[in-house]
Design a protein. Sequence first.
Length: 144
Amino acid sequence: MKVSTRTRYGIRAIIELAQRQADGPVQLRSISRHQGISEKYLEQLMTIMKGAGLIRSVRGARGGYMLARPASQITMDQVFRCLEGHVLLMECVKDASSCNRSSDCVARGLWSDLEQAMDKVLKEITLKDLAEKAKAAWRPDYEI
């Protein structure tokens, strides 16, 4: 399994919004510059996250993007699913009829356990948790 660029970049962008939530709306240009993501692509990601109710936009000269609710109330499961969709490691986990060996396949249990473990981790970690970790890892040569 490989996480898409859309998900990796979207998570970086929303973490920056969480880190800067006290500053009010953050302009797309600023996030683009700090994260090294093209404005055009970032705009697409913001539209997806806005549609999912994770962020909101503010119009005007001091406009930009901000979280739609506190970072402590946004789980990484919500962000991940919004950007990546449901991840299915193996089709047989969801649909046993997709494989004629599903009924006696020991590996099928492994795939199911992996999916459940990933779901558990994503549901336990909030955006606030990652924003705090990012703050702790802050480098002096990086300006927000």
